[in-house]
Design a binder for this molecule. Structure first.
Ligand SMILES: Nc1nc2c(ncn2[C@@H]2O[C@H](COP(=O)(O)OP(=O)(O)OP(=O)(O)O)[C@@H](O)[C@H]2O)c(=O)[nH]1
Ligand SMILES: [Mg+2]
Length: 322
């Protein structure tokens, strides 16, 4: 994407053009050329949105909850960005279509922006560029960002890192409490939601969660609340939203919000540096040529990968000084 195109997109974006917003998100999501300069441009305009991660096992009702939370936010006159990370589909098109059918009212509301993305990092994790896509939505002026992901494996750590507040959604079905422990969801939940509480066993699950929370020592002075919801009828959703607000206040009051954001900035800078170092290291032909030679000598038994790495490091450092 050429610089003049991104310039035009940015100017339309700043006028509130949703198509421009979508285009910029794609540039950022795909890591296309110009992505970093777009993010660099938008950085000063981001940082105001409250980011809520919503995770939990497949089918727990996360999307339904997100939809109802968004409607509740709109009632309170707050704008909403929704990012749904779909770990199964390699293309986000299908998911968007599905959500468009499911959330027709939200799709036509100018105060809501919905974006689906495929998690393509292959680790089952949050799509690698989710944070950056959130940065774009944030700069677009959305007050509330709701980020939905299926909680499997690495995801919860990623989502906890990307969000200000993490909601763990569970349902009263057998094995949930074990799943909870296994997946490490207990560690990251700041607000717990027992959804489908129209089903049997909801109170028992609430008690199990409370018990497990009681066994854990948190050092942040926050006791995660457990909220019962029926997402399909929006029961409990208002309370869920107010608990989110309470956690946000807690983060602000205790300075943890700032600390989290600083940690995010620090991670971001380190990531960028590492990315650049990697690129710098291998794009120089003398380095890649020498690599080829070193591979030969290791194969012949004349050197080792460790000695080779040392040598390449010196070569890279010399290149950096020039
Ligand atoms: N009985 C009942 N059904 C619900 C409730 N919330 C959601 N559902 C239903 O559960 C099914 C799954 O809901 P989704 O919102 O798609 O769940 P999800 O967690 O987003 O699913 P994935 O994104 O596929 O992991 C749908 O058929 C919903 O209508 C609830 O509170 N009670
Ligand atoms: Mg979903």
């Amino acid at each position: 994407v050429s610089a003049s195109i991104t310039e035009r997109l940015l100017s339309r974006f700043r006028d509130g053009d949703r198509l421009a917003c979508a285009r910029l998100m794609s540039i950022v999501e795909n890591g296309s050329e110009g992505a970093d300069s777009v993010l660099n441009e938008l950085w000063p305009e981001a940082g105001k949105a409250f980011r809520v991660g919503i995770t939990g096992p497949p089918g727990a009702g996360k999307s339904t909850l997100v939809e109802k939370l968004a409607q509740e936010c709109r009632k309170q006159d707050r704008t909403v960005g929704i990012v749904a990370v779909d770990p199964t589909s390699p293309f986000s098109g299908g998911a968007v279509l599905g959500d468009r059918v499911r959330m027709p009212k939200l799709f036509t509301d100018p105060g809501v922006f919905i974006r689906s993305m495929a998690s393509r990092d292959g680790h089952g994790g949050l799509a690698t560029r989710t944070r950056e896509v959130c940065d774009v939505l944030d700069a677009f002026g959305k007050d509330f960002l709701l980020i939905e992901t299926v909680g499997v494996g690495q995801v919860e750590l990623d989502i906890a890192a990307a969000a200000d507040t993490t909601v763990v959604v569970l349902v009263p079905e057998s094995g949930d409490s074990i799943q909870l422990m296994k997946a490490g969801l207990m560690e990251i939940g700041e607000v717990f939601c027992v959804n489908k509480s129209d089903r049997e066993g909801a109170d028992r699950l609430v008690m199990e969660i409370e018990t497990m929370l009681g066994l854990r020592n948190r050092d942040d002075g926050w006791r995660p609340p457990v909220v019962k919801t029926v997402a399909t009828s929006a029961a409990g959703v208002e309370e869920l939203l107010s608990e989110l607000g309470r956690h946000r206040e807690h983060l602000d009051r205790t300075g943890q919000m700032q600390a989290r954001r600083k940690a995010r900035v620090s991670r971001k800078i380190r990531e960028l540096v590492e990315e650049r170092m990697r690129k710098d290291a291998w794009t120089r032909s003398e380095v890649s040529n020498r690599l080829g030679e070193l591979v030969e000598s290791v194969t012949k038994g004349e050197s080792t990968p460790y000695r080779s790495a040392e040598e390449l490091m010196s070569l890279i450092r010399i290149g950096q000084e020039n």
